[in-house]
Design a protein around this ligand. Structure first.
Ligand code: PMP
Length: 380
């Protein structure tokens, strides 16, 4: 075979074009030049000693961001979903009961992930924007006796920051692991993994951490490690098996790290830089202040509003898709609609980490006001 029969595609003979956008949606957020520069450093081998050093730094950076001393702290090669699957696949065995708090899309997703691996899934459901009281949670745990409880700290589809205090203690009392999703909240709302007795915590790179999408911090405490390393069955995923990942990240106490998969080297450089920026911030580690959109009707209760993603009720009589298209076309700003159960209920505006500046909030408000003026009222 010497000649190709499929010609080179014309698009491949044109240079890559990427527009400049203000990413004021629920993620990814704009990546600051310093993090972009870190990600563009020359590649080194994923098993070079210098890479191990960088991974050790990332581990320390995540321990700081999560406020944990857990040794079993790594970054997944993959997006937030990789961490979701890693958490569930490793700590739950087929047939075991899990309890999922659902008040937006993320609980639904984790319920589906757990169902796919054969867990016995129990759902606690509230409408998006509502939260679960500790009493409700304890009652459900008593009833279903789960090995794992899932809760989204930052419910980005509803714009709610769920209270966490006391839930870890309830889980301990009933011998249940407490799994918390902070993909949308880490770096924007306080979380204290050790103090709050959270057994498994994960996040994502592309929101308030401002790194490119594709890596996801995750940490397991001793209770979680005990459960996941004393299983009867192997986890359904080879790539996400913590027996291998703990070795790749030098967390298993073995003298040598052996090849498991090729980690996203540039993604890890960028993640390290974003965690370094977080560590350099002197006053507290959750710098994203709430930029409130007070003149718009808020969807979640203001007390529990997620600082990183603001959900506003769709202005009455307007077509939200038309408004978002207008804002993108005339202002180069990405905002989004709802997700899962909040579709058609809200518009979502995210100002995360580097993007969380008053000038950006003013720009977002100006774009919204302009859209209200120029998009026709289609339903009223
Ligand atoms: N959990 C939450 C709360 C999220 O907001 C997201 C991303 N929108 C995810 C999980 C999934 O992350 P990813 O898209 O990086 O897989």
């Amino acid at each position: 075979m010497s000649s190709v029969t499929i010609p080179p595609p014309a698009c491949m003979l044109r240079p890559l074009e990427v527009p400049l956008r203000y990413l004021f949606g629920p993620g990814p957020s704009n990546v600051p030049p310093r993090i972009l520069a870190a990600g563009s450093r020359p590649i080194i081998g994923h098993l070079h000693p210098e890479m191990y050093e960088i991974m050790n730094d990332i581990k320390k950076g995540i321990q700081y961001a999560f406020q944990t001393e857990n040794n079993m702290t790594i970054a997944m090669s993959g997006s937030g979903h990789a961490a979701m699957e890693c958490a569930v696949f490793n700590t739950v065995e087929p047939g075991e009961s899990v309890l999922i708090a659902i008040n937006g899309i993320w609980g639904e997703r984790v319920a589906e992930i757990a169902e796919r691996m054969g867990a016995n899934v129990h759902r606690m459901v509230k409408t998006p924007g509502r939260y679960f009281t500790n009493t409700e949670i304890e009652q459900a745990i008593k009833k279903h006796k789960p090995v794992l409880l899932f809760l989204a700290h930052g419910e980005s589809s509803a714009g709610l920051c769920h209270p966490v205090d006391g839930i870890g203690d309830i889980c301990r009392k009933h011998d249940c692991l407490f799994l918390v999703d902070t993909v949308a909240s880490l770096g924007a709302a306080p979380i204290f993994m050790d103090k709050q007795n959270i057994d498994i915590l994960y996040s994502g790179s592309q929101k308030a951490l401002n790194a490119p999408p594709g890596t996801a911090p995750i940490s397991f405490n001793d209770r979680a490690c005990h459960k996941m390393f004393n299983r009867k069955t192997k986890p359904v995923s080879y790539l996400f098996d913590m027996t291998h990942l703990s070795n790749y990240w030098g967390c298993d106490g073995k003298p040598a790290r052996v090849y498991h998969h090729t980690g996203p080297v540039s993604g890890f450089f960028a993640l390290r830089e974003s965690l370094a920026i977080l560590a350099e911030r002197v006053k507290g580690y959750f710098p994203t202040s709430s930029v409130t959109f007070l003149n718009k009707k808020s969807f979640s209760s203001l007390d529990l509003r997620l600082p990183s993603v603001t959900t506003i009720a769709i202005p009455e009589g307007y077509d939200w898709r038309e408004m978002l298209t207008y804002i993108m076309k005339h202002h180069c700003i990405e905002m989004t609609g709802g997700l899962g159960p909040s579709i058609g209920m809200v518009m979502r505006i995210g100002l995360m980490g580097y993007n969380c500046e008053k000038t950006n909030a003013d720009m977002a408000l100006h774009a919204l006001a302009d859209a209200l003026k120029n998009c026709k009222k289609s339903k009223a």
